[in-house]
Write a protein that binds this ligand. Structure first.
Ligand SMILES: [Fe+2]
Ligand SMILES: [Fe+2]
Length: 229
């Protein structure tokens, strides 16, 4: 083996170790949220898989896909700081509770922005509840001012919320959830991303939801070819 080949092999090994260390850090953060609230933990895992599926069809550049996977996995990490009685309330939130719940975007941003390899993801986390028409929060950003990743996560997030049972309503069927996302194109969601989402067959989402492992490992998504190596 030549010296260049040897150095390249060493570098590849080092990068693999580094990627694993990043994954371990993310999973530790994610599992902390799961301990606080199991439902939010499982939700984050599904949103990561849905986000990557949509992003691959947009498509986005490979390095951005990694940033996006990190952001999706940690999008609700700020909920760590939300009191249990609000986070786990078995019914719809009242107005003052909503104000508190909404702070999870800024809290998540503040948690992640200081970690250098997560600072790009932090920007996406901050914007994941913005609406395409400017009616979202926390900053009321509009259209392309919302980071692309946040426009993708917003659809993945809504899809998972609609497909999950809530104490006060049953889960929607996949066809109903898709129809609702179509209806909100241009208001809540970026119409271009909605089009990409609707071009993916219903069966893909159903199979994906069923195939996600428990306990969840980011490596599992990587093995499924959902997250780049
Ligand atoms: Fe959220
Ligand atoms: Fe969420």
């Amino acid at each position: 083996m030549s010296e260049v080949q040897q150095k390249t092999a060493q570098l590849t090994d080092a990068l693999k170790l580094l990627t694993q260390a990043y994954d371990d850090t993310l999973e530790a953060l994610g599992s902390a949220l799961s301990v606080k609230d199991e439902d939010t933990g499982a939700h984050s895992q599904r949103v990561t898989a849905y986000t990557i599926s949509i992003a691959k069809n947009v498509p986005v550049p490979l390095p951005y896909l990694t940033v996006l996977a990190h952001a999706a996995f940690l999008h609700d990490i700020g909920k760590m700081a939300i009191p249990d009685k609000i986070l786990r309330k078995p019914g719809p939130l009242d107005d003052s509770e909503k104000v508190i719940m909404r702070t999870h975007c800024e809290i998540g941003y503040n948690m992640l922005t200081r970690i250098p390899f997560l600072s790009d993801a932090a920007e996406i986390v901050l914007a994941h509840h913005e609406f395409f028409d400017g009616a979202g929060y926390p900053r009321g950003l509009r259209g392309e001012h919302i980071p692309l990743g946040a426009r993708i996560i917003s659809i993945a997030n809504a899809l998972d919320a609609m497909l999950s049972d809530r104490p006060y309503r049953n889960a929607l069927r996949m066809s109903q959830a898709r129809e609702e996302i179509r209806r909100c194109a241009g208001t809540q969601f970026d119409p271009r991303i909605v089009e990409v989402f609707l071009s993916i067959p219903e069966t893909h989402w159903i199979e994906l939801r069923e195939s996600l492992g428990s306990p969840f490992r980011l490596t599992h998504l990587r093995n499924m070819g959902l997250v780049p190596n």
